[in-house]
Design a protein. Structure first.
Length: 259
């Protein structure tokens, strides 16, 4: 929930439709203490509006843009027709992330039996350092407790937050790859290459990473690593490539990195 009473002109906001009138739709601004605003019928669509309910309906959540704010009269005028699809998608995604972050903090506080005052202090500390709760929690999911340690949280809060973060935020894997050239003139050269590659993959296998090796036209092969973050993926890739080249050379073959 925002600490501000009113949004700024031009700001994208999440709103819930409260009621429909002949001249527009009244909404509550979910991020601004449920303050009400109005979408005039002329701001619902770029085309002529015959039936307002063809564009919005009661209890519907939608993304709107702020046109005018009159604090003296307590009025907020909004537009739907001037919100682009990319703006809508981005705002909804950020809103969902913020809601998830609020839930994570709430659960951690409940597990610690922390009061509201303490929870607000923790929230403000994290936002002051990272700008948003979700950004902090996402970085923590990726890099561990050292991120929360930078905020100055005590260990009980760090442990409580990490437990909830790990169960609520699932990061997408990142991918990195190199192209290498492998060759062997030994009678069993093809088998030597296969053994070297297989052994390198087995030795680096973990629950958090995946290594794929495939030919892109012999003697060229692609080594692809999927991991939780780029530093980890690049480290595994570099070691894997080095092991393959070194072990193949020991068996009488040759190899080199192309990219």
């Amino acid at each position: 929930m925002s600490q501000e009473t009113y949004p700024e002109v031009g700001e994208l906001v999440i709103a819930t439709v409260l009621r429909i009138s002949d001249y527009g739709a009244y909404v509550k601004l979910d991020e601004y203490e449920d303050r009400e605003g109005l979408i005039h019928i002329s701001e619902l669509s770029t085309t002529w509006v015959k039936n307002i309910r063809d564009h919005v309906r009661e209890k519907q959540k939608t993304v709107l843009k702020v046109l005018r704010v009159n604090q003296e009269k307590g009025q907020v005028d909004l537009t739907l027709r001037r919100v682009t699809n990319p703006e809508k998608s981005q705002k909804l995604l950020q809103w969902k992330k913020d809601k998830k972050a609020d839930t994570i903090l709430k659960i951690a506080a409940e597990n610690l039996k922390a009061n509201e005052s303490e929870t607000i202090k923790i929230r403000n500390k994290i936002i002051e350092k990272y700008g948003s709760l979700y950004d902090a929690f996402e970085e923590t999911a990726e890099s561990g407790e050292k991120n929360l340690s930078k905020v100055g949280l005590n260990q009980k809060w760090i442990e409580a937050l990490i437990e909830v973060i790990n169960s609520r935020i699932k990061l997408e894997k990142v991918k990195v790859k190199n192209t290498i050239e492998l060759a062997s003139l030994n009678p069993n050269g093809i088998q030597d290459i296969k053994n070297v590659v297989t052994n390198a993959i087995k030795s680096k296998k973990s629950n958090n990473s995946l290594i794929r090796v495939y030919t892109i036209g012999a003697p060229k092969y692609c080594i692809e690593v999927s991991a939780d973050n780029y530093p980890e993926a690049e480290k595994i890739l570099a070691i894997t490539v080095e092991d393959i080249l070194t072990d193949l050379e020991k068996s009488g073959g040759t190899g080199r990195k192309l990219s």
